[in-house]
Design a protein around this ligand. Sequence first.
Ligand code: B12
Length: 254
Amino acid sequence: MTHEKHPHLLRPYGDRLDDGIVQTAFVLPIPPSEKAKEAARELMRKMGFFDTKIATMEKAAGHYSFFIGYGRLQHTIDFATINIPEVVIDKLSRPALNQWIEENIGRPIVVYGACTGTDSHTVGIDAIMNMKGFDGDYGLERYSMFEAHNLGAQIPNEVFLDRAKAGRADAILISQVVTQRDIHIDNARHFIAHAKEMGIHGKTILVLGGPRIDHKLALELGFDAGFGPESRASDVANFVAKLLAQRLMGIGLE
Ligand code: B12
């Protein structure tokens, strides 16, 4: 069963299509030695690899070893069976979207954003909200029909939600960058629980973003959408405008 004959079947490859070669890296809590190298190969065999080779073994953090290994896999993935929710946006340009909001919503869309909890990484939320945006894609502050309030970093969920509610936010954007021990998930769950207590869940648009966020995870956590790496303000602006129009008037962006 090869990819060439069955294009929906996927197997990783290094040198030639379907060779199953994978590079992997990991740390073991032992110093480098021939025995450590064999332990690393054994681990790779247990992971399902064959033809295993340890290309790198380096001392790491005192008494640990860092390994880079190569091995081959038999497994294939049937791409046709993968179902994953995606944010599908029929995008208008910034001027066209501003005009569309003016004609269909008739007032600027109020958006509050912050990086919440203990997370102090502001660059992601700034990329979406601030005037200059990210990679040539201007942020929400640049849109005449968005009123953007960026509260910055380390904002407690309760404070954020109170400020957004008082400001009559149409949409709330929360950024989570640190993911150690799944703190982003705990914080997002706490945010949603509090939004439910305040009665704004299901009314105000709630968007989660960050480098380890995807749409599926965000939906599972109770958000309206999730945006991951390389997101653009124009994606968020179009998504929010469309969903707000649907909620206010039952119309979308055609
Ligand atoms: C800059 C930086 C910092 C700066 C932050 C300064 C600031 N004002 O933001 C400082 C030095 C303060 C910092 C501190 C720490 N950092 Co730091 N930091 C980084 C670094 C180098 C870059 C992050 C960044 O700016 N990316 C650029 C932006 C544009 O990308 P982005 O955040 O992914 O945002 C995009 C999307 O994700 C999305 N997006 C993001 N948020 C949102 C929100 C919404 C609503 C939407 C729609 C989209 C969206 O859109 C953005 C544009 O496309 C990364 C490593 C890296 N190369 O990524 C580590 C990193 C994020 N930091 C890390 C860590 C561990 C820390 C510290 C805990 C270190 C420490 N032990 O003290 C502290 C955390 C302190 C805290 N309380 O949060 C780890 C996180 C590991 C993890 N998986 O949890 C990283 C990955 C480094 C690493 N490899 O270990 N850090």
